[in-house]
Design a protein around this ligand. Structure first.
Ligand code: PEP
Ligand code: MG
Length: 311
């Protein structure tokens, strides 16, 4: 007698589990947006804008000189819009430009970039943006246009901030660009020890979220160059010092009603996921290929916490 074939037991449920902790996805190139959205992630936890700019093969200054500022703004608008469309209404956290000078130096016009002994400790992220407000204004204008077009799922994230003063200055630049930061969701990356230790002031300055950039937070806290193979075995995102910084930030943020998230590579690691869910992080952003595993790890950890709490 014939029996129905038993469906093969899958090692992992194809169904997205419901979790209290949101699981988002990191997107580095706009072309990956469709694949990223198909993961069922709750949004984009980090959309890097570097590729949109570096792929122009000219420094922003050179590109603007040759094509005009409107063309530059349009490149950004279109790059971000492709991802915001794919995910709408799920939120997309867009990071302002964070390329180090050694990457800019490889582009046409790069000879005008500062020559730095240590670009990772140098002129990048929010430092560069605040030092060149006229270029930063074009980036912010791209956000303003996106909001005007109705992309209310776009959020702004500032990289490499150190303290509340960086936040106040970024806020001032948003105001100048005509962005109502009281209506929009915006925040900062926590990727220097200084920023982790300054979280209270940053929360008071008005950020809506703090997102752990563990690639840099590990590099700067442990003084281990993330690109140096000789010390690669010391690059430990789960080092107790890192976890202590992260835990403290989550606690302070909870007191101030500020969301917390992770967008560094460590967000794709089960041990980090367990730690963060335990600490009460609001969301975790993982690599495209890790989203499903992270969703299940979050679910398992939440269930375990629940069981422990009723025991
Ligand atoms: C980080 O530092 O963890 C991060 C997400 O930013 P990037 O890797 O682009 O420096
Ligand atoms: Mg970083």
């Amino acid at each position: 007698e014939e029996t129905e074939p038993v469906e093969e037991v899958r090692p992992q449920s194809p169904v997205k589990p419901m979790t209290a902790t949101e699981v988002k996805v990191n997107v580095s190139i706009p072309e990956a947006a469709e694949r990223a959205a198909a993961t069922g992630a709750d949004g984009v936890g980090l959309l890097r804008t570097e590729h949109m700019i570096l792929s122009l093969n000219q420094t922003p200054a050179k590109y603007i000189e040759e094509n005009g500022e409107d063309a530059y703004i349009t490149e950004l608008v279109e790059g971000i819009r492709g991802v915001a469309d794919e995910f709408y209404p799920r939120p997309v956290r867009v990071r302002t430009l964070d390329a180090p000078t050694d990457e800019f130096r490889q582009l046409e016009g790069g000879e005008n970039e500062p020559k730095e002994h240590n670009p990772m400790l140098g002129y990048r992220g929010i430092r560069r943006s605040l030092d060149r407000p006229e270029v930063f204004a074009h980036e912010l204008e791209a956000f303003r246009r996106l909001y005007e077009m109705g992309y209310d799922n776009v959020e702004i994230m500032f990289p490499l901030v150190n303290d509340a003063e960086d936040i106040y200055q970024a806020k001032r630049q948003m105001e100048k660009a005509g962005i109502d930061h009281t209506k929009r969701k915006w925040g900062a990356m926590i990727e220097t020890p200084a920023s982790a230790l300054s979280i209270e002031g940053m929360a008071e300055a008005g950020i809506d979220f703090a997102s752990f950039g563990t690639n840099d937070l590990t590099q700067y806290t442990l003084a281990v160059d993330r690109n140096n193979e000789h010390v690669a075995d010391r690059f430990d995102e789960l080092h107790p010092a890192i976890l202590r910084l992260i835990g403290n930030v989550i606690e302070t943020c909870r007191e101030h009603d500020v969301e917390t998230s992770i967008c560094g590579q460590a967000g794709s690691k089960p041990e980090m996921v367990q730690f963060l869910v335990d600490e009460g992080v609001s969301s975790i952003s993982a690599n495209i290929d890790a989203v499903r595993d992270v969703q299940h790890e979050v679910k398992r950890t939440e269930q375990k916490l629940l069981l422990d709490s009723v025991r």
